[in-house]
Design a protein around this ligand. Structure first.
Ligand code: GLN
Length: 548
């Protein structure tokens, strides 16, 4: 039987509920338990793919594409999920399936299509029981498929939001169905710090717990996010108002490095509390893995050398828009014992002078015309000044455009996504994309095999002929132009199995690599992405050459 841990949020969103849920999963895995994770997103989009990175941060692309078929004959491809699923993968090392991200859009779409299909024939279709049943079905389906000991379910948004209420109601019912002894609730709340009195204020937390109780849910653990550590007086006060014991009130102050959170929770014995509450007898503990994790954190903390990487892009207004890329850089940095300082550089107002102060330039993924001239210019500067360069997806495409303009002299070269009338369309739609009109879930998505060309920098990084990485795009490098570009040092470094170009590099440049895929999605703290690692090595070398 699968036990369930529900993670809810109080006071406000964006306080790191995803990291709490992922840290709990990490801890339970250290205890030898099989864990799966669900993220509930109460918005009406079917998946995160159609949302702007400005509003919602990054789209996390899963390894697999899910064929969501609410009723026979209605199929939707889903691979783009909420960024929290990326946190889950990075903390647990397990691939998440797109069906682990349940949105209101999917739930309502299913219920309405089922009604048309005749599944509720004769009935009045209602929020309770039909919508709640659909939510419960989706949750228990994951538990059954994954055969896990524990299923962690993070509810997006904040308790009390109208759109989230129906999910809380479904969870209340689920608690009764599986028995309260198999169900626990972890409430993550925020405690504002008031400098005038030097206190962490508990009132908003009290109100959010009341909101939970109104929904028929009782918290077992309160995780207190705050700028600072929780003092004993505040801990006791929260315990009293929330009806939990003081040791179930867990302090979660800001940390330098998010991977410290599982250890922070272990120190406060959250693991023991959960195991006892869910009645796991004689739990094991994998001290070796905990030590490995602790060593990596120490390695991060003790790193003295700092390298500066520019993330040049168009979504710089939202800190989370490039979260997987930033994490991949951090992971690679830990391996090399250097601190990576990533700075978001706005390509719309590119400061060329400032760009020269960086040790490496990463050209980011993206869509649409805005800011592309600045992005292309940044790639031209990297070419000219021999600054290590890594282009990811759109960044790879625009890196190719920069080469075409600057080295080939093809003045108005471009991608047809930006300029449909360019005389040199070095980047154009994938052939299968030309007939596609619908926007949701219709890109080339998910992981594909990639054949790496021997002897290239990409090959040196991966040291493997066949790799598997994730894609999310419609446009690609056009083979026709490559022959001429090759004469000036442009090298195709990889292909997908259907012979589409998957990346390039420049022979005469110390490190100028573009990849059409997104290696950042598979980077882990304990296993950094090979090409990010190679990029940082080049950046480190470049920095040293500047100093000497
Ligand atoms: N807009 C480009 C395309 O669709 C790149 C996409 C991306 O960077 N993920 O091909």
């Amino acid at each position: 039987m699968t036990k369930m841990i529900v993670v809810t949020g109080g006071v406000m969103s964006g306080i790191g509920k995803g990291h709490v849920a992922a840290s709990i999963a990490r801890i339970l895995k250290w205890h030898g338990l099989k864990v799966a994770m669900i993220k509930i997103d109460p918005y009406l989009n079917t998946d995160a793919g159609t949302m702007s990175p400005f509003e919602h941060g990054e789209n996390f692309v899963c390894e697999e594409v899910w064929e969501f078929e609410p009723v026979p004959g209605w199929k939707f491809r889903i691979a783009e999920t909420d960024q929290d699923l990326g946190t889950y993968e990075r903390f647990t090392g397990d691939f998440v399936h797109p069906s682990f991200n349940i949105t209101s859009g999917q739930v309502y779409l299913s219920v309405i299509l089922k009604e048309r299909h005749g599944e509720y024939l004769g009935k009045t279709v209602q929020m309770i029981p039909h919508v709640t049943d659909e939510i419960k079905r989706r949750i228990t389906d994951v538990a059954k498929r994954m055969k896990c000991d524990v299923l962690i379910i993070e509810v997006g948004g904040t308790v009390g939001d109208i759109e989230g209420m129906i999910f809380l109601e479904a969870l209340r019912q689920l608690r009764l169905e599986i028995g309260p002894e198999n169900f626990m609730l972890v409430h993550v709340t925020y405690l504002p710090y008031l400098p005038t009195t030097g206190e962490l204020k508990t009132k908003p937390t009290q109100h959010s717990v009341q909101r939970l109780l109104q929904a028929g849910l009782v918290p077992d653990v309160i995780i207190c996010r705050a700028e600072r550590d929780l003092d004993e007086k505040t801990r006791k006060k929260i315990a009293l108002y929330s009806n939990v014991s003081p040791d179930a009130v867990i302090s979660n102050p800001n940390v330098d490095f998010v991977y410290e959170i599982p250890l922070l929770f272990m120190k406060q014995k959250l693991n023991e509390l959960i195991l006892k509450r869910l009645q796991f007898k004689n739990p094991k503990i994998d001290q070796k893995s905990i030590k490995m994790w602790t060593d990596l954190i120490n390695k991060y903390k003790n790193a003295k050398d700092v390298i500066k990487i520019a993330l040049v892009g168009k979504y710089v207004a939202h800190k989370d828009a490039y979260i997987s890329i930033r994490e991949a850089l951090l992971h690679a940095g830990v391996h090399l014992s250097v601190k990576v300082k990533t700075e978001l550089v706005d390509a719309e107002n590119l400061n060329e002078e400032e760009l020269l102060s960086f040790d490496g330039i990463l050209l980011t993924p993206g869509f649409g015309k805005r800011a592309t001239e600045g992005m292309i210019r940044a790639a031209e500067i990297a070419l000219e000044k021999k600054i290590p360069f890594l282009g990811i997806c759109f960044g790879c495409q625009l890196g190719t455009v920069a080469f075409a303009r600057k080295i080939m002299g093809w003045k108005r070269a471009n991608t047809t996504e930006v300029d449909p009338n360019t005389p040199y369309p070095v980047i154009d739609l994938l052939p299968e994309q030309k007939k596609i009109k619908e926007k949701g879930g219709t890109m080339r998505l998910g992981a594909l095999d990639i054949v790496v060309v021997e002897g290239t920098k990409l090959w040196q990084a991966y040291k493997r002929k066949i790799i598997r990485e994730r894609f999310r795009h419609r446009y690609h490098i056009i083979e026709k132009y490559v022959k001429d570009m090759e004469k000036k040092g442009y090298i195709v470094n990889s292909y997908t199995r259907d012979r589409k170009i998957a990346g390039f590099e420049i022979s005469w440049h110390p490190f100028f690599v573009g990849v059409q895929f997104h290696p950042e999605f598979k980077s882990r703290l304990w296993q950094p992405s090979p090409i990010y690692l190679a990029f940082l090595e080049a950046a480190l070398k470049f920095r040293k050459s500047k100093i000497s």
